[in-house]
Design a protein around this ligand. Sequence first.
Ligand SMILES: [Zn+2]
Length: 286
Amino acid sequence: MTTAVTATFRFYEELNDFLAKPLRRRDFRCACARDATAKHMIEALGVPHTEVELILVNGESVGFEHPLADGDRVAVYPKFEALDIRPLLRVRAEPLREPRFIADAHLGGLAQLLRLAGFDTLYDNHFADNAIEQLAGAEHRIVLTRDRELLKRRGITHGCYVRALKPRAQLDEIVERLDLAASARPFRLCLMCNAPLRRIARDEVSARVPPGVFERHTRFVTCDVCERVFWEGSHWRRMRTLIDDVTGRPPAKPPAKPAAPPPSPTDAAATQAPLTDADGDIASPG
Ligand SMILES: [Zn+2]
C-alpha cells in the first residue's frame, strides 16, 4: 500500500463550478496517492484539465504532470480568466493559432452561430466522443461541450465547457471567454456545411433563385459543397444584427459580403436552423 500524501487545494473563479459545493472558493486539504500528478488530482476533483490555464504549486508555475508531494499548496486558475496571468508560465506550450472549433452533438445551434460569425466549426450530431477527440487533435480544434467527461480525455488539449443553455447565450459566452469579437468575419462560411462561401455572378444564379429575388438583388454568394445560393435578404439583415450585437460592432452598413436564405429545395435539414424567428425563410425563400 502506498503512503498517501495530503495537499491543500484552492480553485479560482469559474473552476469552482466543477467542485463539490463544500470545496468551492476556499482552501481544502485532500489526500492523494503518492504518485498522483497535478492533472490526476484536478480531474479527480471534477475539473476538466482543458479548463485549466495555470497551476501554481507552492507559488511556482508547474505543468500538468507535476507530481504532488505531502504538504503542497496547489492553486488552480481557469483559462481565459480576466486576471492577467500571461507573464507566468502556462501549462500548455502555446495557444492554438486561430480559433477553430468542434462542437458536440448537443450544440448544433451554437455551431451554426459560430459559422455565421465566420468561425470554422465542425459539427455533426452523429459524432461519437472518440471521433471528437481524434478530430480535435488532428485538426487543432477547440472542443465545445456541456459534457465535462469529454473534456477529461487525454487527446483533448483545448476545450471549453459551455455553461449557457440557449444557442444565442452560448455564442455570447464563447465570444466573451475566448475574446473572439475582433476575429469575427460574418458570412464567410456556409451555415450548413462550414465550407467557404464565394461570390457568384448574377447571371449564373438566374435559374437557382426565385424570380423575385433575382430581380431585387445584385449580389450573390454560393457554397460549393451544398450549392446553396445566398443573398442579402431580410434574413441576412436579422443575422447581421445578431452578430453585430454579439461582437459589439457598430450597426450594419450595406454588406460587402452577402449571405441570406438558401433557395436550395433539396435539404429539409435547413429548417432546423436556429436563426430563423419562426418563418423558416432560411430554407425556402421562394
Ligand atoms: Zn453549404
